[in-house]
Design a protein around this ligand. Structure first.
Ligand SMILES: [Zn+2]
Length: 283
């Protein structure tokens, strides 16, 4: 009995010694790995920790955010700094917006704003009052093709409002303000210079003989409205003011307002379920 006990005691001690040695070795390896890891990341501890988080899949959200930040300058689709005109900085803390969502004290620019070759017209990037291109022929052609295909599904589409000149938009807006007051008018009508219709690329679409749904939220619930929402991108149009993107676009959802951007861009915007502002990197 006693002998057995002694043997057991001995082997316990031996095992304990082995354990300590093993632990020390593990700690040593971890330390060496950490030093190597930090060294590998240019001796930048913060960067190393972020990369470590990414590597072991921890804190996915933070890792993802860091990744996006890292990737932004390399994103050749939406190159940063693509603004061609000296326009107000987006989301600058100094920017004060009024109840209509417009930047206070802002004046209309001398030139329109293009980002990566795409014309932008919104509440932050208005158009010059002199900008008057008329309805875009390429957009019209694309609309006609879409309308032709829609007839195969028995929808008779029409574009009830396309190009609007600065003067016409002013007339419209002033009339609405006189009727409903400025605050109310701002909710459904763009101020002159801020309407995308002035680009000649915006098409308000409805169904012939169903005027009751024109420029009405229930157009999106009609079969024709659903068909356009699902197919417009194939013809180069995007739903410009989607539901749930009011903060990004500055406008309430408009199921009837489509913007021509060409098939390639429209397809990408449709598939990624994003807005034009997000596509060009303004938001
Ligand atoms: Zn419209």
């Amino acid at each position: 009995m006693q002998r057995n006990k002694k043997v057991k005691y001995r082997s316990d001690r031996k095992r304990k010694g082995k354990k300590v040695a093993l632990s020390l070795a593990v700690v040593g390896i971890i330390l060496a790995a950490l030093v190597a890891w930090v060294g590998w990341h240019d001796w930048d501890v913060r960067k190393s920790m972020t990369k470590l988080g990414e590597a072991i899949g921890l804190d996915d959200q933070r890792a993802g955010e860091t990744k996006r930040e890292d990737e932004q300058p390399e994103d050749d689709l939406h190159e940063a700094g693509g603004l061609e005109e000296g326009q107000p900085p987006e989301e600058d803390n100094d920017v004060v917006k009024d109840s209509g969502g417009y930047i206070e004290g802002m004046e209309l620019p001398e030139e329109p704003t293009y980002v990566d070759g795409i014309l932008i017209a919104n509440k932050e990037y208005p158009l010059p009052s002199t900008y008057a291109p008329g309805e875009d022929p390429e957009a019209r052609k694309a609309f006609d093709e879409m309308a032709a295909e829609a007839t195969l599904s028995n929808f008779n589409l029409t574009a009830f409002s396309t190009y609007r000149s600065f003067d016409y938009q002013k007339e419209l807006y002033d009339r609405y303000v006189a009727r409903d007051g400025k605050e109310a008018a701002d909710r459904y009508s763009a101020r002159p210079g801020y309407s995308e219709h002035q680009t000649g690329l915006a098409f308000d679409i409805g169904e012939v003989n169903y005027e009751q749904h024109w420029a009405s939220s229930d157009f999106g619930e009609t079969e024709a409205g659903k068909w356009i929402a699902a197919n417009a991108h194939r013809f180069g149009f995007i739903m410009r003011y989607p539901l749930g993107k009011e903060e990004v676009t500055g406008y309430m959802h408009e199921s009837w307002h489509f913007r021509y951007v060409g098939t390639e861009i429209a397809k990408e915007i449709f598939e990624k379920n994003i807005t034009l502002e997000e596509y060009v990197g303004l938001k």
